[in-house]
Design a protein around this ligand. Structure first.
Ligand SMILES: C[S@@+](CC[C@H](N)C(=O)[O-])C[C@H]1O[C@@H](n2cnc3c(N)ncnc32)[C@H](O)[C@@H]1O
Length: 294
């Protein structure tokens, strides 16, 4: 059977031969060569690489010389996809993770409330915080500049969380304190984020700039950003463009590469396009990848 080898497959075979003197690709069974070839095509088509037959996404990235095409949004779990990026290949990260607000995805679970339009945002808090720590560790490895990480204080009334923290609030510093935080910005949202269960209503969020910037343009910003939230269009938690714009303007140059591992509706992508920056996005849900790619 004639196998339709991808150009990158041929390049990998050539690199293995030229750089490592490994000339044995010809003796691999056809089934393995077909799998490898399909994986390479899948990565290029921006789908999740199959993690099967002992071939992980990391193996594929290594084989493909750790390169993801720029100006694309890749569908999948950012914790896995980030391994496909080469170390220090990103100039800046701007992102807002899910906040673990104990909301089930639309139609999912047995929640008493209907969270129509939501993505799944309901993990045991200890698992959530561990994942966020892991993500930031990986981001620091991949990014040579600043990571702008938007989060907020949450009141810890989540009765369904078995591993509640002993405090009455969840503060982002609980999982960020070991990281090199350069700056903390208070984002004053002007409005509040809903009822507060006997406490003052939350009207602010935080933006943590993590890691020393390798570019700094003094835009005269203070540590309080007074920015109204954006009207949500097709996504429940859209970033205001101005917030992303500020992060990018002060910490990147034209042509720099910005990563948003939680791309959502594509705000970071749109701002990058407008400001002449390149971007890479990751997003778990296909409907948001489609929305953001419009
Ligand atoms: C707070 S929203 C980000 C909104 C985005 N900043 C915007 O302006 O639209 C978080 C997004 O992360 C996505 N998400 C959740 N878990 C993810 C994961 N493990 N990997 C990639 N994306 C994920 C959700 O589907 C959601 O769209």
């Amino acid at each position: 059977m004639e196998i339709d080898y991808d150009e990158d497959f041929k390049k990998i075979a050539k690199t293995l031969k030229d750089d490592f003197g490994w000339d044995n690709i010809g003796i691999l069974p056809d089934s393995f060569k077909i799998l490898l070839n399909d994986c390479i095509k899948a990565v290029k088509a921006c789908t999740i690489p199959p993690i099967s037959n002992n071939l992980s996404s990391l193996d594929i990235a290594v084989l493909m010389n750790n390169s993801l095409e720029k100006n694309k949004i890749y569908q999948g779990d950012c914790l896995a996809l980030i391994d496909l990026l080469a170390d220090k290949s990103i100039d800046c990260v701007v992102t807002s993770p899910p906040y673990n607000l104990n909301k089930k995805a639309s139609g999912g679970g047995n929640s008493k409330q209907s969270y129509e339009g939501w993505y799944a945002d309901d993990k045991p808090e200890f698992l959530y915080q561990s994942e966020q720590r892991l993500l930031i560790s990986k981001l620091l490895q991949k990014c040579k500049g600043s990571i702008f990480y938007n989060h907020r204080v949450r009141y810890a009334w989540h009765s369904r969380n078995v591993f509640k923290t002993p405090t009455n609030i969840y503060h982002p510093m609980q999982w960020l304190s070991d990281f090199p935080i350069w700056c903390e910005v208070i984002w004053y949202r002007k409005g509040t984020t809903g009822h507060a269960n006997g406490r003052c209503r939350l009207a602010d969020e935080r933006i943590y700039q993590i890691g020393k910037p390798h570019v700094f343009h003094d835009m005269g910003y203070t540590t309080v950003w007074d920015i109204s939230p954006t009207k949500n269009v097709g996504h429940v938690c859209t970033f205001p463009e101005e917030l992303v714009e500020r992060c990018i303007l002060m910490s990147t140059n034209e042509g720099d590469l910005v990563l948003d591992p939680y791309m959502g509706s594509g705000t970071t992508k749109r701002v990058c396009e407008r400001l002449g920056r390149r971007y890479i996005g990751f997003e778990l849900e296909e409907r948001y990848v489609q929305l953001a790619s419009k």
